[in-house]
Write a protein that binds this ligand. Structure first.
Ligand code: ZN
Length: 414
C-alpha cells in the first residue's frame, strides 16, 4: 500500500484511539467519585443534582464515543471508497473545471458531509438534552435552523469559495498569500455584519428593560470604561435551558448580550460579575489575540495547501488527477483535523489562561470574588457540569478551567 495512504490511516485511527481512550479515562474517574459528593463540593450541590450531573456526563461520554467512531468511519469511507474522484468527474466532465463549477463540487461535498452528521445532531437535541431537561427546541425550529444555515452557506460560503478559486487562477504560485488576505478581509467584514444581519435570523434581541439590573450593568460598563451601545436580552430559551453571555460588534456598535436563561438563573450581583468577566476578556485584549492566532493558522493552512496542490503523489494517492486545486483544498479540509487535534491541549491551556485573567479582572472591579464564585457555582449546577473530570481529559479538551480550579485561583482575591 502507498505510504501516503498508510500515513493517513495512522493519523485518522490515532485520533480516534486517543478520543476513546481519553473518554474511557474520564468515565472511570467520574465513576470513582460517583458514590458520594467529594468533600470540597458539599454544601454547594445537593445529592440529586450531583447524581444527575454524573448521569449526564456519562450519557454524553457514551454518545461522544459513538459519534467519534461514526465520524471516523465516514471519513475513511469518503477518502478510500473512490467516491470523491467519482463526484469530481461527475462535475468536471459535465460542467468543466471553472471556478464556479469547482466551487459547486466543494460545496456539494461539504453539504453531504454535514448531512451525514444530522442524525447525531437530532439525537443529541431530542434524546440526550431532552432527557436531562435542557431541550426546548421544537422539531420545527430545528429544521428551520438547518434550512437557514444552508441558505446562508449558499449566499456567503459559495461566493467565498468561488473567489478563492478565482484567486488561484489570477495570481499563480503566490495565490496562497492573496487567498489568505481575501479570507481575512472577509472575516473582518463578517464580524461587523454578523451581529446585525445573521444573529437576528436565529434569535430575537430586545433591549434589557429599564430597571435596577440595567442600571447596574451600565454603571459597571462606565466604571470599567467599556464603551457599549446597549445591553440586549437574547431568547436563548427558544432552543435550550443552557445559559450564556457574550458581546458582539466593534467600537460604537458593541452590544452586550445576555441569554434570558442567564437572567432567570442568577441574581443581579452575579450577573454583574459575569459581565465583569466578559469585560475582562476585552480589557486583556484576548479577542485581537485570538483573531491574530487564527489568522496565522489560516496563513499556514493556505501555504500548506499550495504546497500539496503541486504534489502529484498527493493527488494520485486519493485517486485524483493533478492539475486542479479543488481536490487539494477538499482533502486538506478533510484531513487537517487529524493533525490539529494534537495541538488542542496547548490551545486549551492557552484559553484557560484567558479565563483566569478575566476572573481576576472581575474580582478586582467587583471588590471581591463572592458574586463571581456564586455565579460560577450556579452555572455549573444548572448546566450539570462535570465536577470531577479526569485532569488529562480536562487538560486536553476544556477551554475553561473547572469550577474547583477557578475557585482556588480566586481564593486569594476574596
Ligand atoms: Zn470567559
Amino acid at each position: 500500500m502507498n505510504i501516503v495512504i498508510w500515513l493517513t490511516l495512522v493519523l485518522i485511527l490515532a485520533r480516534l484511539a486517543a478520543e476513546l481512550w481519553l473518554a474511557a479515562f474520564n468515565c472511570r474517574h467520574v465513576l470513582a467519585h460517583a458514590g458520594e459528593i467529594p468533600p470540597v463540593f458539599r454544601g454547594l450541590i445537593d445529592e440529586p443534582t450531583y447524581k444527575k450531573s454524573i448521569a449526564y456526563t456519562l450519557a454524553k461520554g457514551r454518545f461522544g464515543n459513538i459519534e467519534d467512531t461514526y465520524n471516523t468511519a465516514v471519513l475513511l469511507i469518503v477518502l478510500f471508497s473512490g467516491v470523491l474522484p467519482w463526484v469530481f468527474h461527475l462535475f468536471s466532465d459535465g460542467l468543466g473545471q471553472s471556478a464556479w463549477t469547482m466551487a459547486v463540487f466543494l460545496f456539494a461535498v461539504g453539504f453531504a458531509m454535514s448531512l451525514l452528521g444530522w442524525p447525531f445532531d437530532w439525537y443529541a437535541q431530542f434524546q440526550l438534552e431532552q432527557k436531562f431537561g435542557f431541550n426546548t427546541t421544537t422539531p420545527g425550529i430545528w429544521w428551520l435552523d438547518r434550512l437557514k444555515g444552508l441558505l446562508l452557506a449558499m449566499v456567503i460560503g459559495y461566493p467565498l469559495l468561488v473567489l478563492i478559486l478565482k484567486i488561484v487562477q489570477w495570481t499563480g504560485a503566490g495565490w496562497w498569500l492573496w487567498a489568505w488576505a481575501a479570507l481575512l478581509a472577509f472575516q473582518l467584514l463578517m464580524s461587523v455584519l454578523a451581529p446585525v444581519l445573521i444573529l437576528p435570523l436565529f434569535n430575537k434581541f430586545t433591549p434589557l428593560p429599564e430597571g435596577s439590573l440595567r442600571e447596574r450593568l451600565l454603571a459597571l460598563a462606565q466604571r470599567t470604561r467599556f464603551r457599549t451601545q446597549s445591553v440586549q436580552l437574547m431568547d436563548g430559551s427558544k432552543r435550550s435551558r443552557h445559559s450564556n453571555a457574550f458581546f458582539t460588534g466593534f467600537g460604537r456598535f458593541r452590544k452586550i448580550v445576555l441569554f434570558d436563561t442567564l437572567v432567570q438563573q442568577l441574581t443581579e450581583p452575579e450577573l454583574e460579575a459575569v459581565l465583569a468577566h466578559e469585560i475582562g476578556h476585552y480589557k486583556k485584549k484576548h479577542i485581537p489575540q485570538m483573531l491574530s492566532f487564527s489568522a496565522i493558522t489560516s496563513l499556514i493552512g493556505f501555504y500548506l495547501i499550495s504546497l500539496l496542490a503541486r504534489q502529484e503523489w498527493f493527488y494520485r494517492a486519493f485517486g485524483f488527477e493533478p492539475g486542479n486545486v479543488a481536490p487539494a483544498l477538499l482533502l486538506f479540509g478533510l484531513l487537517a483535523g487529524t493533525v490539529t487535534f494534537w495541538f488542542s491541549p496547548l490551545i486549551h491551556w492557552w484559553l484557560r489562561r484567558y479565563e483566569y485573567q478575566a476572573d481576576a479582572f472581575a474580582a478586582r472591579v467587583m471588590n471581591g470574588a463572592q458574586s463571581l464564585i456564586g455565579a460560577l457555582r450556579k452555572l455549573n449546577e444548572k448546566n450539570l457540569s462535570n465536577l470531577t473530570p479526569h485532569p488529562l481529559y480536562s487538560g486536553f479538551y476544556y477551554s475553561h478551567p473547572t469550577l474547583l480550579e477557578r475557585e482556588e485561583a480566586l481564593a486569594g482575591k476574596m
